[in-house]
Design a binder for this molecule. Structure first.
Ligand code: GUN
Length: 175
């Protein structure tokens, strides 16, 4: 599914196609595509940007508990799932793009410690759109974001999740 590209315009997508196509745009959270489809305009989604806007709006109008579950559906960067090979294909690609699958053992240990401190302080994992960042930028971001409040990080994480979704949509809708 990760390699799927729509030849059809998003305008013509039926519900099942929409959910099959975009259900993986949010990590382990197909409910977002399911719910977003209900907001489809009568004339259909006109563009990739319109699909993304509908998905982001669905997340924004979700409950705080649902947003927290969405954040918690994300794996840690260079975490246990990465080591065990149990990441989604999308996530594997994102972590590799940032060079995280080729780190030294010391860097892995340091990133895991930072991830653990972050999760302990805020109660959810550190999320950054890995594909937009180098390894150095990710280390810098987690260190500075550890100084923020929980509210700031809840919002920062949701913004990053929206960016991850935008990048995944670029892979699956050609315009
Ligand atoms: N956790 C932190 N960053 C990312 C990311 O870019 N992708 C995924 N799937 N999980 C993450």
């Amino acid at each position: 599914m990760s390699g799927l590209r729509f030849r059809q315009s998003p305008r013509q997508l039926a519900r099942a196609d929409f959910v099959a196509g975009f259900g993986r745009v949010y990590e382990h959270s197909p409910w977002i595509a399911e719910r977003a489809f209900a907001s489809k305009p009568v004339a259909g989604f006109a563009s990739r940007a319109a699909v993304h806007a509908a998905l982001v709006a669905t997340v924004q109008s979700a409950s705080a508990a649902e947003k927290l579950a969405l954040l918690n559906a994300h794996p840690e960067l260079a975490g246990k799932e990465a080591a065990a090979g149990t990441l989604t294909s999308e996530s594997t690609r994102e972590q590799a793009a940032a060079g995280l699958s080729a780190m030294t053992a010391e860097d892995v240990t340091q990133l895991r410690e930072l991830n653990a401190r972050y999760r302990e302080k805020f109660g959810f994992p550190f999320i950054i759109a890995a594909r937009n960042n180098t390894q150095g930028a990710i280390f810098g971001a987690i260190k500075s974001r550890l100084l923020n409040t929980r509210d700031m990080e809840f919002n920062n994480n949701l913004m990053q999740v929206g960016e991850i979704a935008r990048l995944r949509l670029l892979d699956i809708i050609t315009e």
